[in-house]
Design a binder for this molecule. Structure first.
Ligand SMILES: Cc1cc2nc3c(=O)[nH]c(=O)nc-3n(C[C@H](O)[C@H](O)[C@H](O)COP(=O)(O)OP(=O)(O)OC[C@H]3O[C@@H](n4cnc5c(N)ncnc54)[C@H](O)[C@@H]3O)c2cc1C
Length: 412
């Protein structure tokens, strides 16, 4: 009986395991993870789990009986140390061997460390796992002063959740605006203003010089000292300065890597029996015209499923338009495609009302859309981006016209 092993029981790995069964694979499916929890979704960790509107069990990817019902073997708390595809096995850190005819690597990513003095003090957190979220949630309960280091999406979501809980929040961002690298200056500016209006102190163009401890024996974080000399009181710090792909296992096992595990359009790695998907995979995306490593839910879920089909010889090139969302305060932010600063921007709706969609055209072709509280626009735009449509700019700017009706009839 063939055995397919999935290393990493996150979103990509969990969905891949389900897909192997849905597609009729009747061999063994072994899903391995270093974490002790069955597969769960990470988006609630910075949102509902902090707010207390969801419990850890609500974040589960599948209901508990799913694994038994589908004969999926879960091996949790097990660190995979090496893949040995030529011997059809993987090796665990404790020396045990697991048989593996084919392997899917869905090892995801981990928070980028911040190498400054005091980074190891108590109260300095990262946010990636369920355990991280629970520790942060517990520390926020007493109205603590939170300093978020890094104004990316996770930092911005956490700032919004902590404000809702009544915490004092300071955000420290190296760039001149939080979220600017992804959203561009104009939208980043609007969102930064929104954070400030909701009571977040946003400090820009400053990094962290050091974290200072206090109390006895001085091991608890008390202050964040910035590179521009500010000293910010902190009961709790969350560092969100990006992630690194967990590709060391692949590298150790002789696979081609380069800021992620290199895969082809079918999610196959440089070894014919090993595949990779999700945050860890660098995949040639035909919509974006080159290899990219995406760190979004949709990519992890759908690429994991695509890789599972490839493992069964039923694969098709994975070619979805990248899409992600973020929830901050009452704002739902969605982005489809990848804009560039040189694109022509057509605005739909009112930026000042925080209800708008920015549509990005490159040589007349719709390549990206960013919507704030206009999810239907972004959904419709995603179809046009996939079709490389050339919408009429006047129609696109008119919110009374459905985005799907902005291209000349018959042309897309
Ligand atoms: C707080 C937070 C909020 C987010 N919110 C959003 C959002 O709103 N919208 C959005 O689009 N995306 C969001 N994301 C991103 C999204 O959750 C990720 O892109 C997605 O989880 C990636 O899934 P993955 O399966 O590729 O990797 P992961 O979820 O990282 O799972 C990888 C798993 O592999 C395991 N592993 C790694 N190495 C080994 C090894 N050697 N042996 C055994 N196990 C191993 C890890 O323990 C981990 O469980 C968020 C992420 C976080 C952290």
């Amino acid at each position: 009986m063939a055995t397919h092993v999935i290393v990493g029981a996150g979103l990509a790995g969990g969905r891949a395991a389900g897909t192997l069964r849905e597609e009729g694979f009747d061999g063994r499916v072994i899903l391995i993870d270093a974490e002790p929890h069955p597969p769960y979704e990470r988006p609630p960790l910075s949102k509902e789990l902090i707010l207390g509107t969801k419990e850890p069990a609500d974040a589960r990817l599948f209901p508990e009986p799913f694994y038994q019902d589908n004969d999926i073997e879960l091996l949790l708390g097990a660190d995979v140390a090496r893949l040995v595809p030529e011997e059809r096995r993987v090796e665990l850190a404790d020396g045990a061997s697991v048989p593996a005819d084919k392997v899917l690597l869905t090892t995801g990513s981990r928070p980028r460390p911040l190498p400054v003095p005091g980074a190891d003090l108590e109260g300095v957190h990262h946010l990636r796992t369920l355990d991280d979220a629970q520790a942060i949630r517990a520390a926020l309960q007493d109205g603590a002063a939170l300093v978020v280091v890094g104004g990316g999406f996770i930092g911005a979501e956490l700032a919004s959740s902590a404000r809702a809980l009544g915490n004092r929040v300071t955000m420290v961002e190296l760039d001149h605006l939080p979220m600017r690298r992804v959203l561009g200056d104009d939208i980043a500016e609007l969102l930064t203003r929104h954070h400030r209006e909701r009571g977040v102190r946003v400090i820009t163009q400053a990094g962290v010089e050091r974290f200072e401890g206090g109390g006895t024996p001085g091991r608890r974080v008390r202050r964040v000292v910035t590179t521009d000399g500010q000293s910010i009181p902190a009961d709790l710090v969350v560092v969100g300065v990006g992630v690194l792909p967990n590709d060391e296992l692949a590298a150790r096992s002789g696979l081609a890597v380069g800021d992620g595990v290199l895969v082809d359009e079918y999610c196959a790695t440089s070894h014919p029996d090993v595949y990779a998907a999700g945050d860890v995979a660098r995949h040639p995306n035909p919509v974006l015209g080159g290899p990219v490593r995406l760190e979004h839910f949709q990519n992890a879920q759908n690429q994991g499923m695509a890789a599972a089909r490839s493992m069964l010889g039923k694969g098709e090139p994975y070619a979805q338009v990248p899409w992600f969302w973020s929830d901050q305060y009452e704002l739902n932010i969605q982005m489809s495609g990848h804009p560039r600063p040189t694109d022509t921007v057509v605005w739909r709706g009112e930026p000042d009302d925080m209800r708008f969609t920015a549509c990005y055209l490159r040589d007349g072709v719709l390549v990206a859309a960013i919507g704030v509280n206009r999810p239907r626009d972004v959904r419709a735009a995603t179809g046009l981006i996939a079709a490389r449509a050339r919408p009429d700019e006047n129609l696109l700017a008119d919110t009374s016209v459905d985005i799907r009706r902005t291209t000349p009839r018959g042309e897309s």
